[in-house]
Design a protein around this ligand. Structure first.
Ligand code: ADP
Length: 500
């Protein structure tokens, strides 16, 4: 019998222990599903000072683990805890100076370049992961690295493989959750921290941009055995200059190693039949509770409690990515219709102010809440008839899947995961779950909104069909986990690459 696959997930975030955004949700969900498929999957994250040890009690596994770093030998401790609600072991690397201080990220937008602290934190973490194998006596077949923070690991594995057979047997996978975040640092800084000259591996000579930065995500793109991203369409888009954020030419070199696998959502948590945040619960077989939720939402938002109005919702980061700048230009046309609009989100000052300005113009039609409020978000998914997600780019997107599960019909731009999860509704065949537009232009968005409103008003049966199609779609992690497993099995079967 083949022994179970051993996989180590390496990431900066893990929901619920250390969550910032969608990355944490993926790391918190996918391993649980892989475990149920028989994979010996484990996770390693930094032990940040902000982790609540009362809620997540940690057990000390090893101390005094030596990590060569920045010209010294640092000593770290390794803690362990199960991923809540599962048997998946989580290792937490503890080092007060590099991993303990501040929040999860030092930079406000959790992005990239700049802060030296960010660079030393995640470079140290990557170096410490190399020492974890022996310290925890866990030698994974596959090292599954997520995003730029651990982007140097595949290269470091290749360097270590020269004198360690067990590391040489490992395969590496990079998952790109959002290519806009890359981690770009001065090579002198990175090499000093790593104790490298820069000629230890040919890949280290690769630089990006005018300033010849060492780009952590680019390093991972070149050095990992396989690259995945979070939707099939995004996998194609990032090969183009419009979406590749400058890394398209490196991805082109690795085109054959790149695949897109859709994320899932936690279908137990996002379930209108059991959701504790909702005033009334409902299911696809009995939607009557949804009208109660609409009326309750209107009350919370100080909007008139009108049962026939079409209520449009938006929940998400108010940033350029999410396409909110397409909304003000269509506002006058939209307000001529019998609609209400609600926006929940936080983001850049400019987009927050634009949203507030819309609400000031139409106070009894538009409600804006600048906040991060998970309970209100659920009430919006449940209370809304339509869900707006006109993103400029969207690697996968979870909000549109949650909206469909709650019977809010999505209006989305045909990009990334939105294109892959929202088939357009066709009233003739009764197939499809939403409304889609192509061009990143207000006119194109307006065209889709008009079509959706026309169906909502004129053909209630077709409208319910569209809602039901969305609610019945399987958005669980099960399907994606099987695709990852298939990829893992293929990779384990492959011969070791020549060590350069
Ligand atoms: P991204 O990861 O790019 O921000 P996703 O659609 O993949 O976008 O995931 C966003 C998740 O965060 C969704 O579950 C959404 O409901 C939630 N969310 C975003 N903004 C807010 C907010 N202001 N309040 C509550 N939940 C939010």
């Amino acid at each position: 019998m083949t022994p179970p696959l051993r996989v180590l997930f390496v990431a900066a975030e893990l929901t619920p222990i250390a969550k910032v955004g969608g990355l944490g949700d993926v790391i918190g969900a996918l391993p649980k599903n892989l475990k149920s498929l028989g994979v010996d999957v484990r996770i390693v994250i930094p032990k940040y000072g902000v982790i609540d040890e009362k809620t997540y009690p940690l057990t000390l596994l090893r101390e005094g683990v030596e990590v060569p770093f920045d010209g010294r030998v640092e000593r770290c401790r390794i803690f362990q805890t199960p991923l809540p609600g599962s048997q998946v072991p989580v290792y937490l690397i503890d080092h007060e100076r590099y991993l303990g201080g501040g929040s999860i990220y030092f930079e406000k937008d959790a992005s990239s370049s700049g802060a030296e602290q960010e660079c030393s934190r995640f470079t140290f973490f990557s170096c410490a992961v190399l020492e974890l194998f022996a310290a925890a006596n866990f030698w994974p077949d596959l090292l599954h690295c997520h995003d730029w923070q651990v982007g140097l690991l595949p290269t470091l594995v290749r360097i270590r493989a020269k004198d360690d057979d067990r590391v040489r047997a490992m395969r590496t996978i990079l998952t790109i959750n959002n290519i806009a975040y890359q981690g770009r640092y001065h090579p002198k800084l990175a090499f000093r921290l790593l104790g490298l000259r820069g000629d230890e591996h040919p890949l280290l000579a690769e630089r990006t941009g005018k300033t010849r930065e060492l780009n952590y995500l680019q390093q991972a793109i070149l050095a990992s055995d396989v690259i995945t991203t979070v939707s099939p369409t995004y996998a194609k888009e990032i090969l183009t200059p419009a979406y590749g954020e400058g890394l398209e030419r490196y991805l082109a070199k690795r085109k054959d190693a790149l695949t897109g696998i859709l994320n899932g959502i936690d279908t137990d948590r996002f379930n209108p039949a059991t959701d504790p945040s909702l005033p009334a619960r409902y299911s696809v077989d009995d939607l009557s509770g949804k009208a109660t939720d609409t009326s309750a939402l209107q009350k919370i938002l100080d909007l008139p409690q009108n049962p026939t109005v079409a209520l449009l919702g938006f929940v998400g980061r108010l940033t350029d990515q999410k396409g909110t700048k397409l909304l003000p230009p269509i506002l006058d046309a939209l307000m001529k219709e019998d609609v209400q609009l609600t926006l929940l989100g936080t983001g850049t000052e400019r987009f927050e102010e634009e949203a507030r300005a819309m609400a000031r113009r139409f106070p009894d039609r538009i409600a804006v809440r600048i906040a991060f409020d998970a309970a209100l978000a659920q009430k919006i998914y449940a209370g809304a008839d339509l869900f707006l997600m006109p993103s400029r780019f969207e690697p996968c997107g979870l909000a549109q899947m949650i909206a469909m599960r709650y019977g809010a019909v999505p209006i989305v731009r045909a990009t990334g995961g939105l294109k892959d999860t929202v088939p357009p509704f066709d009233p003739h065949t009764g197939q499809g779950t939403g409304f889609i537009f192509d061009a990143y232009e207000p006119e194109a968005l307006w065209g889709a909104v008009e079509k959706a409103l026309a169906l909502f008003r004129r053909d209630p049966d077709a409208w319910h069909r569209c809602q039901e199609n969305g609610m019945r779609t399987d958005f669980s992690w099960e399907k994606s986990s099987r695709e990852y497993l298939k990829l893992y099995e293929q990779l384990r079967g492959e011969a070791a690459p020549a060590v350069q």
